[in-house]
Design a protein. Sequence first.
Length: 173
Amino acid sequence: MASVAFENVSELKADRGPHAGSPRGVVDATGSTRDFNSSVLSPRILRQDPKTMNPTYGNGKICYLEIPATDISASANFYKDVFGWNIRTRGDGHLAFDDGVGQVSGTWILGRPPMTEVGLLIYIMVDSVAATIEKVTAAGGVIVQPIGADAPEITARFKDPGGNILGLYQEPA
């Protein structure tokens, strides 16, 4: 599990981004800060190699995604190049992925319609939305909502090679 650090206790009450309203940790009886058993709740994750860390398991955790694709290799290369996802071959021979922090895994599915309209919208956390937009377009994706539409949040939306619309989210400084 990745360790989480807080700069001060007031940060625990911050309500920002797609996880707004989620507690970022607890203060125990001694006044010490403890993190929940989830690395995705805080922007101050001490980064670890996803190949060597174990995912957090727990009731209610989002753990697996099936992403519609028209060309699985093209989609795998896109997510690897843009987000640094670990691409692997499962025991059944299909390509699969682990996200950049080793907490969510999934695969690409042929024959399923892409998420071309915003209903359920998945955001991928990035260090810089602006820099990631450049990577998205260089890898063949299309920006469908530029930075600023959700101000003051730092977000954008893109269409991947399979036609799926997803969001980019950057934690405010």
